[in-house]
Design a protein around this ligand. Structure first.
Ligand SMILES: [Zn+2]
Ligand SMILES: [Zn+2]
Length: 728
């Protein structure tokens, strides 16, 4: 072989040919250092070839094939090719984005040794209980090492508590412990596990039916109401796979919001290497973890959407927790859905994939009613009943900072009982609008079609879309009126009102602003756990996967705004979001209550919610979708365009539509329209929807259409294609 075809991080739909005399078949999937233009860059070898279409005089040579880490395996390479084809995104960008950042850099790697720690003779003689009281970390390490004569992997120790690294260092210096460097892989033994709680009959049945089919590709929707113990099902399945020496890929929407899951996994599988893969890690950590997954050492890979591309030689199962969550879809660049890619990956690897949710996406719910996907259902809460959900009609009522009398009375009673309450409002800041009553001026963002949100604690106006901020004006910039009024409510305003109304209550606000500081969220969680809070005020952040056992009252305000959105998925999302929030109430032995303030208590969405009737709600929505030919009954793609002027973007899309009409077979092209938010960060945005009842017809059309569009570029327009768009 004398040529290689290399994927490069450039927005071109092609591979690049290079001469490589020393390339062997084992080099496919490896990185290569190559000259590109006047630069030297890293690419990934996708193919070997005997010939090239380029004139030989123009072919340049690979500088070096990087054989420091194993190549990307064939199944990952084919997954990346699939991604590139399906989302019509340049292969080079897809491949390079799937590598940890460190592997995209030119300089050589110094691979970290995998270290284990064990007690020395001296360390064995030390009684952890005899250490001074404040030496909690050291005590923890000693305790852990005492039960594992072979020593414990550094990675596992680091998961025990914060501050492990300095403690390991000082304990080594004192000669209590020693590091053992070993080749990866040699440490695998049948992992121990700490048994969990006894499963309910319903849980056991779900586990048994999935286990029976665990040797082949089969998607499972695990549809369990909030608090029904889906996690225990994952753990039971993971245990049986680990016992068979398989790896598990567990995808979650946002890892920082679910530290409880990671802690639980580490506690339950103490001898298994668990690695996390998400964007919050340092470059180095991410590389280490990725390599531990790739060489098969990590038994459990817990990650966010990007982890779906991790090489896993012993993959036995993929679990996608909260599969309905929009975070699984990347909203820029390669706009892929990690959940959908997980299905493709499971299929090529012939392993089951479990999609868990209390409020499944309609796509998956519909799929699970066909014969290509199974469903396991959990209808009962473990040791608890579902909360009572009640609508509070607010039309005509005078609200106090958005709060009704009914809501305030319920809060008052709950605080009196010393139980925890949560007021949920999905908007941070003080008020969404700053308004001049004299001339009707409102503060809006210069760069977006959006109002500036009033943030009172640092007296600024902020755009939540582009990040623009400015000081609050002393008077109306249009008419000079000094009496500007905040309209509507955000978390800060509700917090302020509650502090005034309940002066003795301990109130804690949890949103993206209050948790920005490192560790702030951890400290807040400790406060809640220690019962140092009476009323929580929070956004959607609070609804994801947190258990607050003493939470008995949830009040929801300002939910109506998404009832009549122009995005056809808005009501599905609202129902899911409210179910998740309601699900926080009454989880242990205390009954829970949920109050939803609304002007439309008779709306079918709220009615279904009060009856805990996901099924009925989903069936109604599915009927509507079928009539309107929307997903899951049709497939969509969105051509998005942005330009300094809206007319430019619309004209580009109009030309694109004209060029597409002759190609469109069983495909409908709609008229170009401005985006729901037409201006963002100074750019005008428009979009063109393409729809088809046939996924393959849509794919054939898109491939042909893109080829034409790329030959008719307009320098003023930035455009991109979004296949299976989530946000319209
Ligand atoms: Zn004014
Ligand atoms: Zn803005």
């Amino acid at each position: 072989m004398s040529f290689v075809r290399v994927a490069l991080d450039v927005p071109l739909r092609t591979l690049f040919d290079y001469r490589a005399a020393d390339a062997v078949s084992d080099d496919v999937g490896r990185r290569a250092l190559i000259p590109f233009g006047r630069k030297i860059v890293v690419g990934v070898i996708m193919e070997l070839a005997n010939t090239t279409d380029l004139p030989l005089t123009r072919i340049r040579s690979v500088l070096r094939i990087m054989r420091d880490v194993p190549p990307l395996p064939a199944d990952v390479l084919s997954l990346l090719r699939f991604c590139s084809d399906y989302y019509h995104h340049p292969l080079g960008e897809v491949v390079m984005a799937a590598l940890p950042t460190r592997l995209r850099r030119r300089h050589a790697l110094k691979l970290p040794a995998v270290r284990r720690y064990r007690l020395t003779e001296h360390g064995l003689g030390i009684d952890p209980m005899a250490l001074p009281g404040r030496a909690t970390v050291q005590r923890e390490i000693l305790g852990r090492l005492r039960v594992s004569a072979l020593g414990v992997d550094e990675q596992i120790l680091r998961g025990l508590a914060p501050g492990i690294a300095p403690a390991l260092k000082s304990m080594s210096a004192m000669g209590w412990i020693e590091a053992v460097v070993e080749a990866p892989d040699s440490s695998r033994a049948i992992p121990g596990l700490i048994p969990g709680p006894v499963l309910s009959a319903e849980q056991q049945q779900a586990v048994d039916s999935i286990r029976r089919e665990s040797d082949r590709y089969l998607p499972w929707l695990l549809h369990g109401i909030t608090g029904s113990g889906k996690t225990e099902i994952y753990l039971a399945l993971i245990a049986s796979l680990l016992a068979r020496d398989r790896q598990i890929l567990l995808l979650v929407p946002e890892i920082n919001l679910t530290p409880q899951l990671e802690a639980l996994l580490r506690a339950r599988f103490p001898d298994t290497r668990l690695v996390a893969l998400h964007s919050g890690l340092s470059e180095r950590e991410r590389l280490n973890n990725w390599l531990l997954a790739q060489n098969g050492t990590a038994g459990i890979v817990l990650g966010t959407r990007l982890a779906v591309f991790t090489p896993l030689p012993r993959l036995g199962m993929i679990i996608v927790d909260e599969e309905h969550d929009a975070s699984f879809k990347q909203m820029e660049g390669l706009r892929y859905s990690a959940r959908d890619i997980a299905l493709v990956r499971a299929k090529t690897r012939k392993v089951p994939v479990i999609l868990g949710s209390a409020t499944p996406s309609l796509e998956i719910y519909h799929l699970a009613h066909g014969d290509r996907c199974r469903m396991a259902t959990l209808t009962q809460r473990v040791n608890a009943v579902l909360p009572a959900i009640v609508c509070v009609a607010t039309r005509g009522e005078k609200l106090i900072d958005g709060l009704s009398q009914t809501m305030l009375k319920a809060l008052h009673e709950n605080v009196g009982r010393k139980e925890l309450s949560l007021v949920f409002i999905n908007r941070r800041g003080y008020a969404p609008v700053l308004y001049c009553a004299a001339c009707a001026w409102t503060a809006s963002c210069q760069r977006c079609t959006a109002k500036l949100v009033l943030h009172l604690n640092d007296t600024r106006l902020r755009c939540h879309h582009c990040g623009f901020q400015e000081k609050i004006p002393a008077a109306c910039p249009r008419c000079g009126n000094a009496d500007l009024a905040p309209l509507g409510q955000g978390t800060q305003r509700v917090e302020t009102a509650l502090t005034r109304i309940f002066p003795d209550a301990r109130i804690l606000r949890i949103d993206r602003d209050s948790t920005r500081r490192k560790n702030a969220w951890n400290q807040m969680r400790d406060r809640i756990r220690d019962r140092d809070v009476d009323i929580l005020v929070g956004t959607q952040m609070l609804s994801k996967g947190h258990d607050f056992p003493q939470l008995t009252l949830v009040g929801v305000i300002n939910a109506d705004s998404s009832l009549y959105s122009s995005d056809f998925r808005a009501s599905e999302r609202l129902f899911g979001g409210l179910t998740q929030v309601a699900g926080r109430a009454g989880r242990a032995d205390l009954a829970g209550k949920v109050l939803i303030q609304t002007e439309f208590p008779a709306h079918p969405l709220y009615q279904s919610l009060c009856r805990h009737d996901y099924r009925g709600f989903a069936q109604t929505l599915l009927k509507e979708r079928e009539q309107a030919a929307l997903p899951p009954f049709a497939y969509l793609a969105l051509l998005r365009a942005e330009a300094p002027k809206l007319e430019t973007a619309l004209a580009f899309l109009k030309r694109a539509a004209d060029r597409g009409h002759s190609l469109a077979k069983h495909v409908t092209l709609y008229d170009p329209v401005p985006a729901i938010m037409p201006r963002l960060a100074g750019q005008e945005r428009a979009q063109l929807m393409v729809q088809s009842r046939s996924r393959s017809a849509l794919q054939v059309f898109l491939a042909a259409w893109l080829g034409i569009l790329e030959n008719h570029a307009d320098r003023r327009v930035r455009w991109s294609l979004d296949v299976d768009p989530l946000d319209l």
